[in-house]
Design a protein around this ligand. Structure first.
Ligand SMILES: Cc1cc2nc3c(=O)[nH]c(=O)nc-3n(C[C@H](O)[C@H](O)[C@H](O)COP(=O)(O)O)c2cc1C
Length: 151
């Protein structure tokens, strides 16, 4: 099965999960870049505001999801919601994603992020998983095992 891990990460946590999945499952990786700056205190505040308002953003990514049997999509949770970058990615690639797994990373308040991702794609993913930052190693181990069982 050909697999792609597509993710957005502002501060590296979601990226680390994506990299570990790629290593364990021999998948391809694609980092979704948000062209809007999310740096600094202002970037942080606007990030939360944009996520809450359900805003889209300008993104860059390289791989075509229609080339893959399964696309594993990861995002941080912002104000209990999906990030604008992954919102945009799902909207732009709705028709191209054949089968999906969604995961989020957060500090503990996961909100409705994964449900929003499901709504945006319009289909049910094979698996939805929340990884909490302070138990990240365990979260990675669990998601890798569950993915291996799926493949
Ligand atoms: C703007 C913003 C809003 C956040 N909102 C939440 C939240 O609602 N719940 C939560 O548990 N963590 C929240 N966090 C923490 C991140 O979800 C968490 O640190 C995540 O793992 C960061 O992923 P990253 O390093 O890949 O960017 C927020 C972080 C930012 C920057």
């Amino acid at each position: 099965m050909k697999m792609l891990v597509a993710f957005y990460s502002r501060s590296g946590t979601t990226k680390r999960v994506a990299q570990e999945i790629v290593k364990a499952l021999n998948a391809d990786i694609d980092e979704v870049i948000d062209k809007k700056s999310r740096r600094g205190i202002l970037g942080f505040l606007i990030a939360g505001y944009d996520a809450t308002r359900g805003k889209t953003t300008e993104i860059e990514f390289e791989k075509d999801p229609s080339d893959y049997d399964l696309v594993i999509i990861g995002t941080p949770v912002w104000n209990g919601r999906v990030t604008p970058a992954i919102r945009t990615y799902l909207l732009q690639n709705r028709e191209k994603i054949k089968s999906a797994v969604f995961f989020s990373t957060c500090a503990g308040r996961f909100g409705k992020c994964l449900e929003q991702m499901e709504e945006l794609w319009g289909k049910k993913p094979l698996l939805k998983k929340v990884l909490v930052r302070k138990r990240l190693d365990k979260g990675i181990k669990d998601i890798v095992e569950e993915l291996k069982a799926l493949c």
